[in-house]
Design a protein around this ligand. Structure first.
Ligand code: 5GP
Length: 323
């Protein structure tokens, strides 16, 4: 029935270029799309080719796209035809960098995710806002600025730490101050969405800290390593994920700098670019919004605008979050 009314919407998790598709029965009838596009599936009558439109497209004619099942089989064929080695490698890398095993809940093939419009109602807990940033984005600073402007609406999740409390600090305000023993137990019990060490002290942000902000009806803003997304992507938190990328200039003119300084600068820019590309490849399909950061003030203004719309407007979320 839902199909007849064509109320089936999918978020594309891959790019589709019909003109490069050797499997399609008709390249001209294909509907091109990009990862992140929202697609209205008009019919799923054929198991291999769906008829679909892109949401927001003025073109009223439906086009052909590979069905989920078919796209999965294509991706699995590709994998078997020699890409297996690189696939294995990238999985190993991923495990190495996150320090955790791969998530069995994550689908092996990124094809489509069924989505629906969702608008937060006034009596519902505010959505979690997750900032991830590539090298040089300085998302913590961005988060702190936006919260400082509006502390009654937005808040950070108070982290835990094992470092000693300073005289002006209050337990539960700047940090939850805990013993090393307690901290280790919390890590084992999976209480943290992320944790790390700084100057031989442990720091971490707990799931409970997020819940307690939401319980006060404030919007909780966290900045995390992208690996944490898998844990946070639940119907409880309904995270809205913003990927902050610094604007990286194409190349810099050499001014008075020495050649060495010039080359070093170029290397830094290259690293920033690389970091953004890597996050985009690995986590881009989980991102709701990309924020290109020109400078601190404009990024802050843009983030503020996004947060305000988040409370007023409806957004696409996985269907599984609202069922
Ligand atoms: P401080 O001890 O001066 O308050 O914080 C020192 C550093 O601890 C911060 O600059 C930051 O790098 C780290 N830190 C603070 N909170 C957290 C947290 O929640 N998680 C992690 N991984 N590090 C944190």
């Amino acid at each position: 029935d839902r199909l007849k009314e064509s109320k089936v919407y999918m978020r594309a998790l891959f790019d589709y270029i019909p003109l490069e598709d050797k499997a399609t029965p008709c390249q001209e009838a294909g509907l091109p799309f990009k990862r992140g596009d929202i697609i209205q599936v008009v019919t799923q009558d054929d198991p291999t080719w769906w008829q679909a439109k892109r949401v927001g497209d003025s073109n009223l004619r439906a086009g052909l796209i590979p069905s989920k099942q078919f796209q999965e089989s294509l991706m699995s064929q590709k994998l078997n035809a020699g890409l297996r080695r690189s696939f294995r490698l990238s999985r190993k890398d991923r495990q190495g960098s996150s320090g955790e095993g791969s998530d069995p809940g994550e689908p092996e093939f990124l094809t489509y995710e069924e989505v629906t419009r969702y608008q937060q109602r006034p009596n519902e807990r505010p959505r979690l806002v997750v900032l991830i940033g590539s090298l040089g984005a300085r998302i913590n600073e961005l988060k702190q600025r936006v919260i400082a402007e509006n502390p009654h609406r937005y808040a950070v999740a108070v982290p835990h730490t094992t470092r000693p409390k300073k005289p002006h600090e209050k337990d539960g305000v700047e940090y939850h101050f805990v013993t090393k023993q307690q901290f280790d137990a919390d890590v084992l019990n999976n209480k943290f969405i992320e944790h790390g060490e700084y100057k031989e002290n442990q720091y971490g942000t707990s799931i409970e800290a997020i819940r307690s902000v939401q319980a006060k009806n404030k919007m909780c803003i966290v900045d995390v390593q992208p690996e944490a997304l898998k844990r946070l992507r639940t119907s409880e938190f309904k995270p809205y994920v913003i990927f902050v990328k610094p604007r990286v200039p194409e190349s810099r003119r050499r001014r008075k700098n020495s050649l060495i300084a010039f080359l070093q600068q170029d290397e830094d820019l290259q690293e920033m670019r690389q970091s953004a590309i890597q996050i985009d490849q690995q986590y881009g399909h989980l991102v709701d919004r990309v924020l290109i950061k020109e400078d601190s003030a404009s990024a802050c203004a843009e983030l503020r605008g996004i947060l305000e719309r988040l409370e007023r407007e409806s957004f696409w979320v996985p269907l599984s979050w609202v069922r």
